[in-house]
Design a protein around this ligand. Sequence first.
Ligand code: SAM
Length: 273
Amino acid sequence: MDTQNTTPRWRLRVAEIDSEFDELRLPSGADDGVSQDKEWCDLVVDGQTRRIRFHDYHDVFKVPGLYEHLFYHTLECCSPTRVTRLLADVLLDHRDCPDDLHVLDVGAGNGMVGDELDARGVQKIVGIDIIPEAREATLRDRPGLYHDYLVTDLTNLPERDEETLRKHQFNCLTTVAALGFGDIPPRAFVKALDLIETPGWIAFNIKEDFIHERDASGFCRLIRRLARDEVIQPQAYRRYPHRLSVAGEPLHYVGMVARKLRDVPDDMLECDF
Ligand SMILES: C[S@@+](CC[C@H](N)C(=O)[O-])C[C@H]1O[C@@H](n2cnc3c(N)ncnc32)[C@H](O)[C@@H]1O
């Protein structure tokens, strides 16, 4: 398996997607200093201009090709490639094979991570997202890539969804560009980890600010506790530029791969971090 030189699958995929917009404009000058979760762009469709906030994913996913052009082409996002490459590297060290993974991809969006896992030989990928537009975009632009794709809320997982998910016997969790910022909260991340069999793998990324001790999102406390209580054993940690901001500055994230060593204790599932 190639762990270094895999061409990002989105580059091939985007050529197949019939983009339904004429122009994408990023703010310039005074407007380009906004925080990451408030960034926006103007989209021109049939001569009409519409403003879209980057984090309004339901709007972004409705427009074929917009997510790829905005985040990957224009802002040079590389996280699905970086995180899956880190996972592949660790698997090699353990003589584990991607073909044997049953992956739960949480915050799957329109399937960019699924594409990268597929390119590395993973046979079974199931997605979860909280908005139906993500699932619809995946079925529209990447049909057949995910074995199953549930729209559900991990902070309040319906029993039926939990049964469906456990039947897949996942041995790997991925979550990319989806933790923090009002997206996936710590409690949902712990629940996702609970859905993975022991032993298993987890591969995720997170903005570096969210793992500083002073951070209030709870992810720093959660990750430390998981490691201290030996629920997970960190295997790889990599700081890298996740993408550019609209002002052209690199936004640094941390990619992590860990081994799940034991089941998540019940009290941790109830905890607010
Ligand atoms: C930036 S996108 C990342 C999509 C994909 N993982 C990628 O790397 O391209 C974040 C995704 O997380 C999803 N999301 C946000 N909050 C969530 C939650 N609580 N549970 C599941 N998905 C969530 C959003 O709907 C969105 O599709």
